[in-house]
Unconditional design. Structure first.
Length: 341
């Protein structure tokens, strides 16, 4: 097993470099940048002497001043040299400084991390603790009214993107019925609550609609995967043989078919780590949740390259670790897998 993990960890480094090199190059070659964004904001807010045109007209900043700004942001260096500088800082966990807020990127991510951890953790646990039992029960009751009715609801939910569901939920339950808030992670009176119970109620009241949007896609996939794999295993020869030898049906399902049916679920387990960090850009934008997803979306729009690269680097590491964790989960569930064999 040790040799397997060493080989996988050796693959993590070139994969991480490939991902970050690609994104870093894209941020340098796409039109626009921090300096162009600054000039555009000055043009939009300027009056008379401050107004400018960015193409072929008079500018409030000279070419030397613009060159100094590019040097300040490190945009005057070749892509290879700039990437090496960024990577050398990353080795000491220095993600750089935001070109929009002029704050350390690590502090900005750490500030929003609890919000993403809350929604990621809730999505992860609710998805697995409901999807697996539901898929199990649907497989045993295949063809029943419950199975058909729940399948219709699951497929309808799967067909609708989470952000579309979010717009519908806000329009119906927040705007018309006023049962839930329009968005945000907590209410304006959150700091005035004195007890933990009151604060927890406020957080959960704001989290109901976003969690529905987070759960709807992954929940449907896990449930139907569990059901289909369990039905396939129930029709296998080894289950029929076990029942023919006198093993009770429920015991054959729990001891043999269930474990084999969990193998595809286990292979998806590690990828769920991304929920703990990124969430969904569009869902956080719709519900105005100040998490890492919203931070990433705003950073892309505002060309805040250090923040974009910081989030990409963290997501890449989480994805690679998640893939290794998925292999471990598969090995724990599937007795046929032997590391190093």
């Amino acid at each position: 097993m040790l040799s397997y993990f060493l080989r996988r960890m050796a693959l993590v480094i070139p994969t991480f470099l490939g991902i970050t090199i690609l994104i870093f190059a894209i941020t340098r070659f796409v039109p626009g940048g921090p300096v162009e964004r600054m000039l555009a904001n000055m043009q939009a807010q300027g009056d008379g002497a401050a107004a400018m045109t960015t193409a072929g007209g008079n500018s409030a900043l000279s070419e030397d001043q613009i060159a100094e700004l590019n040097a300040f942001y490190g945009l005057d260096k070749p892509v290879t040299e700039a990437y090496i500088d960024w990577l050398s800082k990353l080795l000491v966990l220095d993600f750089g400084e935001s070109t929009r807020y002029y704050e350390p990127v690590s502090d900005m991510i750490a500030e929003r991390l609890p919000v993403s951890l809350f929604y990621g953790g809730m999505t992860f646990f609710i998805s697995y603790f409901i999807s697996i039992p539901l898929g199990y029960y649907k497989a045993l009751k295949h063809g029943s009214v419950f199975d058909s009715g729940s399948s219709i609801l699951i497929f309808v939910g799967y067909a609708l993107p989470g952000y579309v569901v979010g717009v519908l939920l806000i329009t119906l339950f927040s705007y018309h019925l006023e049962w839930f808030p329009m968005g945000g992670f907590v209410g304006d009176d959150f700091d005035d609550y004195e007890t933990f119970v009151e604060r927890a109620k406020d957080v959960m009241w704001h989290a109901v609609l976003p969690l529905i949007c987070y759960l709807i896609g992954d929940f449907a996939t896990l449930t139907m995967t569990m059901k289909n794999n369990l039905m396939e295993n129930l029709s296998s020869d080894y289950i029929r043989t076990a029942i023919a030898k006198g093993l009770p049906f429920k015991q054959a399902v729990r001891k043999h078919a269930l474990r084999n049916s969990l193998i595809p679920i286990a292979s998806h387990f590690g990828n769920s780590l991304l929920f703990f960090m990124t969430g969904s850009f569009l869902i956080e934008v719709i519900f105005n949740i100040d998490g890492i997803g919203l931070l990433g979306y705003e950073s892309i729009i505002e060309r805040d390259y250090p923040v974009v690269m910081g989030i990409v680097a963290i997501n890449a590491v989480m994805l690679l670790i998640g893939n290794i964790l998925s292999d471990v989960c598969v090995a724990l569930v599937d007795p046929r897998v032997k590391f190093g064999a």
